[in-house]
Each structure stands twice: as structure tokens, then as C-alpha cells.
Design a binder for this molecule. Structure first.
Ligand code: SAM
Length: 256
């Protein structure tokens, strides 16, 4: 990561839904940067990410029957383009829920429906989707929701889209507890040296305040909430090849 990317990465740290709206139209940024990712982190990784998503969401597996797929916060980068192509090839109806600016940057196409607005409060009622979705994807979005919206109504509204047997993937969730566990080990200390360019170990507090950051307590409470509402739910690891697998994980929820 060069100096320009480091500065960009720092500016991405405080993003929320409104911040992404402004980013979507920036002509000076690359497609990945317009959705909040430095190219050195996300560039060329969309095939591996989509393969992991398809391994976790049964409706997106190779050869699955056509159904209804909803992507909450697809952005307009290479991963969104790859998902659109995969759903088209499978004959899925795909709904994309994001800001007008993000959705405008994605092409129209058969089987594709765009609904602009902040989910769930800005999208209006979605009667076409309630209890209908085979798969709901929300990838690399939840930490921005955590920063600017109440998480429980967001989760409840996403769960309400699932049909029996349908599954929700809350993917690519930064977990401050997991990051601390990683940084405390030899691999994490080496990673820290390479990232900072300084020959020093990371300073790790024993009981850190993680205000504004999701940690074990947040992720596990989402699992508990989903289970309390009658869904099966699990925290899953990411395969080691994904860009931030050492400090991010996924939550998979399935409606029985
Ligand atoms: C980091 S980007 C991820 C894009 C895409 N899922 C990916 O992984 O390539 C986060 C996206 O979530 C969208 N977003 C954030 N909060 C949202 C909300 N409440 N409803 C809909 N979209 C939201 C942003 O506009 C942005 O496009």
C-alpha cells in the first residue's frame, strides 16, 4: 500500500451510507476505491470472494434452481458486476438495494431490479420480497450500518425477506476481537511490522474499548438475535486467500 492508498484507507474509515453516496461519483477514484476499498486490498479478488459467497449461500451454488436473490449494499464495483453476471447465468431474479448514486453506476439488465434508498428505513416497504428470498447477501456492509444505524432493526428486516429454506449471508465483517487475537501472535506481529513499516510490536490493551468497532460481543449478539427469532445462525471463517481473512468473518443465517 503506497502513501496515496494509506491516506485513502484512513479517509474510508468513517464512511456511512451518505459518505458512500458522495464516493460513488468520484471520477478520480478507481471502481474499488469508489466503494471504499484500496485496489491493493480488493483488486482482482472478486472471483475468490464470489466463489466463497457461492459456497456459503446454497441458492447461488453452481446448478441451483432459479430463484430470488437480494443484495443489500451491492455497491458498484467488480464484485457487484460478477454477482449480476452469475445471477443472470443462473436465471435468478436479482434485487439490488443501495443508494441512487451506487445503483446508477451499475448497468440495467434482464432479471435485475434496483431499489434506491437506505435499507430498511429508506427503501419503503418491500412486499414483493417479504418472505420470498432464496438468498440475501449483505457483503462488507454491516460495519457501516453499525456506525450509522441501529443494527437490530436492520438484521430483523433482512431476516424478514427470507423464505423457508432461504439463507442470509452477512459477509466480510470486521471483528476487533479477532484482529486483536491475530495481532497477538507471531503472524500478526510480522503483519503489523510490514503494514506500518516500523520495527515494533503492536500495542494491545487487555480490555480495550471498541467504540465504533464491531467485536465478538456484537457479532455473537447478532447470532443470538437471529436464533431467538427462530432462525439457525452461525459465525463462519473466510478462506485464507480472501483479502482480510485474518480479521474478518461471516455470519450465515438460515430460515428453517
Ligand atoms: C464497502 S461497500 C461494499 C459493496 C459490495 N457489497 C462489495 O463488497 O463489493 C458498502 C456498500 O453498502 C452500501 N450501504 C451502506 N449502508 C447501507 C444501507 N443501510 N442500505 C443499503 N446500502 C447500504 C453503500 O452505499 C456501499 O455501496
Amino acid at each position: 500500500m503506497d502513501e496515496r492508498e494509506r491516506a485513502l484507507a484512513r479517509s474510508f474509515a468513517g464512511l456511512d451510507y451518505e459518505g458512500f453516496r458522495a464516493l460513488a461519483g468520484r471520477a478520480d477514484l478507481s471502481a474499488n476505491e469508489r466503494i471504499g476499498f484500496p485496489d491493493s486490498v480488493r483488486g482482482g479478488r472478486e472471483a475468490a470472494i464470489l466463489a466463497d459467497i457461492r459456497a456459503k449461500l446454497p441458492a447461488l451454488a453452481e446448478g441451483a434452481a432459479p430463484g430470488l436473490v437480494v443484495d443489500i449494499g451491492p455497491g458498484a464495483g467488480p464484485l457487484a458486476q460478477a454477482l449480476v453476471a452469475a445471477c443472470r447465468a443462473q436465471g435468478h431474479a436479482l434485487w439490488l438495494l443501495d443508494s441512487p448514486e451506487m445503483l446508477a453506476a451499475l448497468p440495467e439488465g434482464p432479471g435485475l431490479t434496483k431499489r434506491a434508498g437506505r435499507f430498511p428505513d429508506g427503501t419503503g416497504p418491500l412486499p414483493e420480497l417479504a418472505g420470498q428470498a432464496d438468498a440475501v447477501l449483505c457483503y462488507s456492509v454491516l460495519h457501516y450500518v453499525f456506525a450509522g444505524q441501529p443494527l437490530v432493526p436492520f438484521l430483523d428486516a433482512a431476516l424478514a425477506l427470507l423464505k423457508p429454506g432461504g439463507a442470509l449471508l452477512l459477509g466480510d465483517l470486521p471483528n476487533a476481537s479477532m484482529r486483536r487475537r491475530f495481532l497477538a501472535g507471531a503472524a500478526g506481529r510480522a503483519f503489523h511490522r510490514a503494514y506500518t513499516g516500523r520495527d515494533e510490536d503492536p500495542v494491545l490493551a487487555t480490555h480495550p474499548a471498541t467504540e465504533g468497532e464491531m467485536d465478538d460481543s456484537v457479532l455473537l449478539s447478532l447470532v443470538t438475535r437471529a436464533r431467538a427469532l427462530g432462525f439457525d445462525a452461525w459465525v463462519l471463517p473466510q478462506p485464507p486467500g480472501l483479502p482480510m481473512a485474518n480479521r474478518r468473518e461471516d455470519i450465515l443465517v438460515r430460515r428453517p
